[in-house]
Design a protein around this ligand. Structure first.
Ligand code: NAD
Length: 502
């Protein structure tokens, strides 16, 4: 079968990159080429932004409930094609098939949820302080949105950005990660089939770098919605800030699970294994730290090592696989580089730590699930995002120290606590410096109807999903209508001491 060619989507047409250059999309479980992909550059971005700008007026004026109908149809198609999309996702970025289905489901949930906003998008109607005057606020679109996404949730994260942007009347230039162009193409095809008018959503494929810089600094882009690493986010924020664009950044994490000495250790263990090794540790909310009370640490570590040893590495399409590959050879090297870093600083590898070099696994980008012990809070493995199947256990003496260690990294995305003590649980909920907190559950598994995002270096104050997403993609407009037929001056003509003459 011929290798599929993935192209850009600009002004309603599927087109080659202006340069005609391509790059390869690889299956991380086998290293096989699954598609060749348009390698875009500045001229492609220019066309995509021009197309989005041209489409803006008509789309902005298209009734929001009708925009919602298009989204509903897209959601229906995703649901119908869920299995096919999940299989393609596993081939393209490696996550095990059950998790790929979850990723698609999250995209469906987000699409349905946001489609309903076509009939809501509530503003306020409030009393005016002067007689015969009307006061209200409404939302209007920001304009052209650059949606820049990572590879770890190749369908869900694009829907978190594209769907709210569209329902509020913005038009979009979508730049997915270069490791997951296939799922990006599928999402655009689905929206095209659902009836999205040409130019409203444009797709530009290719690695970040120059292409990304061109998009972010383009004068025709009003809002940059970025999810990815903190380094890239800070670079984008700098450019966007200088140009006074709205920039929403969802960035890295160094999430921790706290296990107190009154916890149900076996329940905590399930949460740790799932949160540390699910998606091969490549979730922004992955538990890359375990903060264990000394009273339970020995038992917990022993059991965790036993569980990690039993996890089966393999292709995510095999039903027996627990942990798939990481996304690329460079990511594999990056993850693995933390093993000698940890050992040099005095940590011990309790299990894992290797790249399998024999048999079928040697063809793909696999890393053994790894547990590091003897870890101190200031070590690099306890501070830096590894983004692979590696977790570091830090021992503490109680809730105070646990919270201190939890908050000692620059990140603030997700955390969890296992305890049966309600007072400790509430203290933790209050004092954790993270945007997401779990009690007696792992650090992963957010639902789309609540805000998603983090504090500190995890972002710049915005949130995705839930009602919070509407804030990113809309401008507030406050409108006053004076139907008194005379000049009325706010704060001046409403009477002495605030008393209006009746
Ligand atoms: P990345 O920063 O390398 O890339 C993200 C996207 O930015 C890609 O599309 C990439 O091509 C693009 N890009 C790269 N350089 C650019 C530039 N100069 N200008 C514009 N775009 C540019 O991140 P990644 O490796 O794809 O993803 C992993 C990271 O994403 C991890 O740090 C993870 O924690 C984070 N993440 C965060 C969340 C969250 O919601 N907080 C969710 C998922 C992933």
């Amino acid at each position: 079968m011929a290798t599929p060619q993935l192209r850009n989507y600009i002004d309603g047409r599927w087109v080659e990159a202006a340069s005609r250059e391509t790059f390869e999309d690889l299956d991380p479980a086998t290293g096989e080429v699954i598609a060749t992909v348009a390698r875009s550059s500045g001229p492609d971005v220019d066309r995509a932004v021009e197309s989005a700008r041209r489409a803006l007026d008509a789309w902005r004026l298209y009734p929001a409930p009708k925009r919602g109908e298009i989204l509903y149809r897209a959601g229906e198609t995703m649901l119908r094609r869920k299995e096919e999309l999940a299989r393609e996702m596993t081939r393209e970025m490696g996550k095990v098939i059950a998790e790929a289905r979850g990723d698609v489901q999250e995209g469906i949930d987000m699409t349905y949820y946001i489609a309903g906003e076509g009939r809501r998008q509530f503003g306020d109607v409030v009393p005016a302080e002067l007689p015969n005057k009307w006061a209200m606020s409404t939302r209007s679109p920001v304009g052209v949105v650059a949606a820049i996404t990572p590879w770890n949730f190749p369908l869900a994260i694009p829907t978190w950005k594209i769907m709210p942007a569209l329902i509020l009347g913005n038009t979009v230039v979508f730049k997915p990660a270069s490791y997951t162009p296939l799922l990006a193409v599928r999402l655009v095809e689905i929206l095209e089939e659902a009836g999205l008018p040409k130019g409203v959503l444009n797709l530009v494929l290719g690695p970040g770098g120059d292409l990304g810089d061109h998009l972010v600094s383009h004068p025709g882009v009003d809002l940059i919605s970025f999810t990815g690493s903190s380094d890239t986010g800070s670079h984008i924020g700098e450019i966007g800030g200088r140009l006074l664009k709205r920039v929403s950044c969802e960035l890295g994490g160094k999430n921790a699970i706290v296990v107190l000495d009154d916890a149900d250790v076996d329940l905590a263990l399930d949460g740790i294994v799932w949160s540390a090794f699910g998606t091969s540790g490549q979730r922004c909310t992955a538990a890359s730290r375990v903060i264990a009370h000394k009273g339970v640490a020995g038992d917990l570590i022993g059991k965790l090592v036993g569980r990690a040893k039993k996890l089966r590495l393999g292709s995510g399409l095999e039903p027996t696989t627990d942990v798939g590959p990481v996304v690329s050879s460079s990511q594999l090297e990056r993850v693995h580089s933390y093993i000698p870093i940890a050992e040099k600083e005095g940590a011990t590898v309790a299990v894992g730590g290797h790249i399998p070099r024999e048999g079928a696994l040697a063809k793909g980008f696999f890393h053994e699930p790894t547990v590091l012990v003897d870890v101190k809070p200031n070590m690099r493995v306890a501070q830096e995002e590894i983004f692979g199947p590696v977790t570091a256990v830090i021992e503490v003496s109680g809730i105070d120290e646990a919270i201190k260690v939890l908050n000692s990294t620059k990140y603030g995305l997700s955390c969890s606590i296992y305890t049966r003590n309600v007072n400790n649980a509430f203290r933790f909920m209050r004092d954790a410096e993270t945007g997401i907190v779990y009690v007696n559950a792992g650090t992963i598994g957010a639902e789309i109807q609540l805000p998603f995002g983090g504090m500190k270096a995890t972002g710049n104050g915005h949130r995705e999903a839930g009602r919070a997403a509407l804030e990113v993609y809309s401008e507030w407009k406050s409108i006053y209508v004076d139907y008194s037929g005379k000049l009325q001056r706010a704060q001046m003509d409403n009477g002495e001491g605030g008393k209006t003459a009746l």
